[in-house]
Design a protein around this ligand. Structure first.
Ligand SMILES: [Zn+2]
Length: 475
């Protein structure tokens, strides 16, 4: 017979006590009758040819009890369009080699589990659905079994072509790149006779590598900018001022439990104290440095977004090689005279203070309700204001991503782009809004959703741009 054997661990789970042993569980693709009537060599060669297809995953779709023989057979039903294709291909191949297939039965894809006497109750009523991966095809002649690995002849070359393209891009290996590779291999296997297939696979690898590189650059820059902003933020947080705010709050609310009043009063008073503290921070001399640092974040984001947009356009036009240094120098220089960056920085500054005030307000309120001592309250307030993931870091991420998307959009508008795609980052942080935005591509420019669509969003715009204006950026 020609058969598929499930992976041993899965077979062990499926095997029933007193039924067929795990190592014998299989799905028959074609039963050829008695071994003496079939030439073993011919059978093995048919199977080797048939194995030139991709591995596939079938589904166990329930139980059935076959009747009509001396004993009944309890089987798992196997559902898979790939198995149907394989069965059809097998019959054709056998026919070509002159190997006869007995015609006593039709084909019902199944995996036999155990034999039962006609009046014997089944050992189980239901089999939960599950996937069964098949990676080999077996020629079974009598007791002799030969496995051939399922592998399409295009698979290995396609994988190598994708890897070569990815290597050319100089980008990192990420989950998105790995997934893209599998998709590219599928595509190549579906079009094995197209002479352009491998070239297209190389291009896909290069494009994915380029994306990965852009994401990495942006993440590195973001980490650096967050460090810089925190460096101007931390000196503004002073334990003495925080202690004064805590004392003020305790005086307002009364220190003893009985004086403290209703929960709403505590929340409102804590919120007011937090607001007052952050307003005072805005009056400190060091505040100008924070404002400058935020403006730099926005300039970096815009410059990054502009260069990314050109890099993406170059990649879409299959122009490889962008001189990052020249591109960024030009892009940053263009930011020097942008006054609207200061206005924008003030907006983000206000959001930073709002965010910090609301985080501090809830910590103070929780602390008062929880009966924390004065020192404990001060510690908790200091912690929330100086934490790595405090409002300030969150705002830097949001501000820079917004600026990058604005930078890209501004460049596309300046270049007269009409249609724009949205591409998800595919890094596990993608929300369904981003997937919908990607699926809705291409967008008429102006109608597309404004990125970022969620906190920590790394999805971005992509469009075709004439590269004539950026000739000096390209190698
Ligand atoms: Zn996103």
């Amino acid at each position: 017979m020609i058969a598929l054997y499930p992976p041993p661990d899965l077979a062990a789970e499926l095997a029933l006590e007193g039924g067929l042993p795990a190592e014998d569980l299989h799905v028959t693709v074609a039963y050829l009758g008695h071994a003496d009537d079939v030439d073993a060599e011919a059978l093995r060669s048919v199977v080797a040819d048939l194995a030139e297809r991709r591995p596939f995953t079938a589904k166990i779709a329930g139980l059935a009890r076959f009747t009509g023989g001396e004993q009944d057979v309890l089987v798992a039903l196997i559902d898979s369009p790939d198995l149907e294709d394989l069965r059809r291909g097998t019959l054709d191949a056998l026919h070509e080699r002159g190997i006869r297939v007995p015609r006593d039965h039709g084909y019902t894809a199944h995996l036999s589990l155990t034999y039962l006497d006609p009046d014997e109750p089944p050992p189980l009523d239901r089999l939960a659905p599950r996937n069964v991966p098949f990676t080999t095809l077996s020629a079974v002649h009598g007791t002799d079994r030969t496995d051939s690995r399922l592998e399409h002849p295009m698979e290995q070359p396609a994988r190598e072509a994708f890897a070569a393209g990815w290597a050319l891009s100089g980008g990192p290996m990420t989950e998105r790149v790995r997934t893209a590779c599998e998709t590219a291999v599928d595509l190549a296997v579906e079009n094995p006779d197209d002479p352009g297939t491998l070239k297209a696979t190389i291009d896909l690898g290069r494009l994915e590598g380029m994306w990965a590189l852009l994401f990495q650059r942006r993440n590195d820059l973001l980490a650096d900018q967050t460090r810089q902003v925190r460096g101007t933020w931390l000196p503004l947080i002073d334990r003495i001022s925080v202690a004064a705010a805590v004392d003020q709050l305790r005086a307002v609310l009364g220190v003893s439990e009985a004086d403290r009043g209703r929960r709403d009063d505590i929340r409102a008073a804590a919120k007011a104290a937090a607001r007052a503290l952050l307003q005072a921070i805005a009056g400190l001399t060091g505040f100008g440095k924070l404002r400058s640092a935020l403006r730099d974040v926005l300039a970096a984001g815009r410059a990054e977004g502009t260069v990314e947009a050109v890099a993406i356009a170059a990649e879409r036009a299959s122009r490889i090689g962008l001189d990052w240094e020249i591109a960024f120098r030009d892009a940053y220089r263009a930011m020097d005279n942008l006054d609207d960056l200061w206005a924008s920085a003030d907006g983000w500054l206000a959001r930073t203070l709002d965010g910090a005030a609301s985080e501090l307000g809830s910590v103070l309120a929780d602390g008062m309700e929880g009966g924390l001592t004065r020192d404990e309250l001060i510690d908790a307030a200091m912690d929330v204001l100086t934490a790595d993931d405090a409002a300030v870091a969150f705002t830097v991420d949001w501000a820079m991503t917004t600026a990058a998307d604005e930078g890209a959009l501004a460049l596309y508008r300046a270049e007269g782009v009409l249609q724009i795609d949205i591409i998800t980052a595919g890094d596990g942080r993608v929300c369904s809004a981003c997937i919908d935005a990607e699926a809705g591509s291409p967008w008429h420019i102006g109608d597309q959703p404004r990125m970022p669509l969620h906190p920590n969003c790394r999805c971005c715009y992509s469009a075709d741009v004439s590269l004539a204006h950026f000739a000096n950026w390209l190698l």
